[in-house]
Design a protein around this ligand. Structure first.
Ligand code: PLP
Length: 284
């Protein structure tokens, strides 16, 4: 049986869901999105995703089509209608359909679509064995803090990593790691400092990143928010990445160099457990 998806106020079988070919999300990637993970049928870190969606829309001067309560109700309805236990809800807002033009159209009605994706979230190969990454130049645009659907550059980089027999690419600008193709990058130095890049327009302000910093600090673990070089990453004791779809996932190899003993490190494992237990308590 196919999924029930959401399109502009309606819940429809996925085969019946339609969006105009003039939609600016389709023609110009003029659209923003959020991905919220679902554990045991509950939404994880949802207030953070709502806040970031509002910020992305604001940065692009895009109308807010639904208020927070309506967005939450829609997420719950999709989880219920699809009997989703573990997986995620994807939501996208576009500026709407209009004649193709580089200027923003006046008065277009935003398009809102959302759908669920069921998948194992906790017991994954990445969590168990860690992932291997290569580094590549960050060829993306300059406003990575806005969560837009223009994902071709990270998609190309991820494909290059796959072709090299690895799992993902860490993107590099001016010698410093920005982030992974769809996740925030972290290292643990040999003297035990947990480091992740500070917030700016150069990276997406990860909701999982923010939660991990808060939970780590509450557990008396210190986090340094600063840029780190590729060399520092290759020389680290441990590394890991964070994303709504991957929680905290260990990185065990960078550019063919194994970190530590090549197995997920203790800090990454502890932070994953901490994140899961704390975010479960706050799940809605
Ligand atoms: N960085 C990029 C480029 C991403 O695409 C994502 C998630 O999609 C993240 C970081 C992680 O953000 P979050 O923890 O909010 O999922």
């Amino acid at each position: 049986m196919g999924r029930i998806v959401y399109v502009n106020g309606e819940y429809l079988p996925e085969e019946e869901a339609k969006v105009s070919i003039f939609d600016r999300g389709f023609l110009m990637a003029d659209a923003v999105y959020e991905v919220t993970s679902v554990l045991d049928g509950k939404l994880i870190d949802f207030p953070g995703h709502l806040k970031r969606l509002a910020r992305s829309l604001g940065e692009l001067e895009m109308a807010r089509p639904l208020d927070d309560a309506a967005i939450e109700a829609m997420h719950r309805e999709l989880v219920a209608r699809n009997a989703l236990v573990d997986g995620m809800v994807y939501m996208q807002v576009t500026r709407g359909a209009a004649d193709r033009d580089f200027t923003y159209p006046e008065g277009a009605t935003p398009t809102v679509v959302a759908f669920t994706q069921a998948k194992p979230m906790e017991d994954t190969v990445g969590a168990r064995d860690g992932i291997k990454v290569i580094t590549m130049p960050d060829i993306r645009w300059g406003r990575r803090d806005i969560k837009t659907v223009q994902l071709l550059a990270p998609s190309m980089c991820k494909m290059a990593a796959k072709k090299a027999g690895k799992d993902d690419a860490w993107l590099v600008e001016d010698g410093f790691v920005t982030e992974g193709t769809s996740n925030n990058a972290w290292i643990v130095t040999k003297d035990g400092r947990i480091v992740t890049r500070d917030l700016s327009t150069r990276i997406l302000h990860g909701i999982t990143r923010a939660a991990v910093i808060a939970y780590a600090e509450a557990a008396q673990m210190k986090v340094e928010e600063r840029a780190f070089t590729v060399e520092e990453a290759r020389d680290a004791a441990e590394a890991f990445m964070t994303a709504a779809s991957a929680f905290v996932t260990p990185v065990v190899e960078i550019d063919g160099v194994a970190l530590g003993d090549g197995r997920p490190g203790p800090v990454a494992r502890r932070l994953r457990e901490l994140y899961l237990s704390e975010s479960r308590k706050r799940a809605i």
